[in-house]
Design a protein around this ligand. Structure first.
Ligand SMILES: [Zn+2]
Length: 417
């Protein structure tokens, strides 16, 4: 029997505002000495009053608009009460029943809500001790919640990458998963294909820090849960973690019932009221979004797959526009997508494209030798593996030094065709 995957996501995005959500401490906590960016507000000391960061609210709403959401003109903050050592106040300021943004849609998937909250501190386990760093406490955090309408990990991955590209296009976060600026949670269950209802359980996978691993975790869960159903049992509702080394998920916490967070309106922050004119003004400020950019690049002759890669990286896109002023768009696009991110802004790209004091006969001679010496790369290239092209170009460059890469590329293609 083939079971049907039911998959939804919660995505957390840490905003790169200057200051934290409710105080004046710097929001950029990455790599800073522990507990150096804290104050009575973000440490939750008695009597400290939170003041909302208006930039963070604007960015949250702009993200909602970019994700096709309706914006609640009346909104408020709430307290979510729970105890955990990384939460000094004993509650998190978040949004409960009236999020800033609701009912969005992206790539045909429904987005339930986009709301604003504050990040927690960070626990560091060292041997038998646990240390707490509160630099991250109170950093603006946006949560995007989808409906469970994804039916495969691939569909989910495409969606998550698009969210990342949109966040980066808006310039509101680095959305860097390794640094935790973008964090993924997947809710996974499996059901009989003819059953119209959602399953009566779900498994949450938390704290996965790469696209590759979230896909592995989802695929592992679908297989595991299908096996349990196949045997006539029912999977339990629980939170599971992903083990990178083994590619498996392991049980972390079995949920007997829904947590009771005793939400109530944040008494220290008055409700917020926006005007339609304000929202429309923010909508007009939205930059061109990835979907529009891809269409634009494809109209310049850049293949669809390469256009997607370029659009996902603001640094590459910026360089692309600089270089296409003087060079053909498809060539520039291919070059940039094959460079590591940290090499993209390097001026040597400019030189390698611009400099050409070596004539085509010289290139042809060296290229022929390199092609003869590297039959595997040639075979790869013939089967459409683009990195092989850049390997060959690299070998030729080793012998010729700075050389016009587009000329080398056309010579190689000429010689192997
Ligand atoms: Zn503070």
């Amino acid at each position: 029997m083939s079971w049907q995957t039911v998959l939804g996501f919660e995505v957390h995005i840490e905003l790169s505002t200057q200051s934290k959500m409710f105080c004046g401490c710097p929001a950029n906590h990455f790599g800073k000495a522990p507990n150096t960016q804290v104050c009575p507000v973000c440490l939750g000391l008695p009597g400290a009053l939170p003041v909302p960061n208006t930039k963070a609210i604007e960015w949250c709403i702009k993200l909602g608009l970019a994700l096709g959401c309706e914006i609640n003109l009346f909104s408020k903050f709430d307290r979510k009460n729970y105890f955990y050592p990384d939460l000094p106040k004993g509650y998190q300021i978040t949004q409960y029943d009236i999020p800033f943004c609701k009912h969005g849609e992206l790539l045909g998937h429904k987005i339930t809500r986009v709301h604003m909250e504050e990040d927690t501190g960070k626990l560091q386990h060292q041997g038998n001790e646990t240390l707490i760093d509160f630099n991250r406490s109170g950093v603006p955090l946006v949560e995007i919640v989808t409906k469970p309408d994804f039916i495969s990990s691939d569909e989910g991955l495409t969606f998550l990458k698009e969210v990342q590209a949109i966040v980066r296009a808006l310039g509101i976060s680095t959305a860097d998963m390794e640094k935790g600026s973008m964090r993924l949670e997947a809710n996974i269950s499996v059901k009989h294909p003819n059953d119209p209802k959602l399953p009566n359980y779900k498994v949450e996978i938390k704290n996965v820090n790469s696209f590759r691993f979230i896909k592995k975790a989802i695929d592992f869960e679908v297989t595991r849960q299908s096996g349990i159903l196949e045997s006539g049992a029912n999977p339990v509702q629980e939170t599971r973690g992903f083990k990178e080394a083994s590619g498996e998920t392991v049980s972390q916490r079995v949920k007997e019932e829904a947590n009771d967070y005793r939400y109530f309106p944040e008494p220290d922050i008055p409700p917020l009221q926006f005007t339609k004119a304000q929202i429309e003004a923010w909508r007009k400020e939205l930059p061109e979004l990835p979907a529009q950019k891809r269409v634009e690049l494809e109209s310049l002759g850049v293949p669809a797959a390469i256009a997607s890669l370029l659009v996902a990286s603001p640094a590459r896109l910026k360089k692309f526009y600089e270089l296409t002023a003087q060079h053909p768009a498809p060539e520039v696009a291919r070059l940039l997508t094959n460079l590591p991110e940290d090499k993209v802004s390097d001026a040597s790209i400019n030189r390698s494209i611009d400099t050409s004091n070596i004539d085509e006969d010289q290139i042809r001679q060296v290229a022929q030798k390199v092609i003869t010496a590297n039959p595997k790369a040639v075979a790869d290239l013939k089967s459409g593996k683009q990195p092989a092209l850049f390997f060959l170009i690299g070998q030729i460059k080793k012998q010729l030094g700075n050389v016009d890469i587009s000329a080398v590329q056309s010579v190689i293609q000429d010689l192997i065709s």
